[in-house]
Design a protein around this ligand. Sequence first.
Ligand SMILES: [Zn+2]
Ligand SMILES: [Zn+2]
Length: 138
Amino acid sequence: MSRIEGGCLCGAVRYRSGAEPVATAVCHCKHCQRQSGSAFSIIVGVPAASLEFSGTALAAFDDRGASGGAVRRRFCPRCGSPIVSEVEATPGLSWIKAGTLDDISWLKPALHLWCDSAQPWVALDPAATKFARNMPAG
Ligand SMILES: [Zn+2]
Ligand SMILES: [Zn+2]
């Protein structure tokens, strides 16, 4: 069974990928806080070409990330669950919102991004790799 399989809250949108995740990160940026209504996003990067959607077509909001790059945030038009983001800075990758995965038992985010805007009560794992803002390019 693929580890990358999931869907939105109402079940209208489903997705899967046979690819192995390229990266798993926690993003503490203000935009992720607003979109998720929570303290951060947990995101899993997979090759965009490997991702298959079924059910209702996703709606999209074209955002600008805190560092100015284009971010297309795609969500279920029925229930509003954020599903995936496509980030100009990481072409060819789709960043799945990991809260929508069916099975999260394997998840172990190794990176924390935008720690400068992390909510103060959130305790970060001292062993994790942390960036004050975005991942340095290259
Ligand atoms: Zn939905
Ligand atoms: Zn973010």
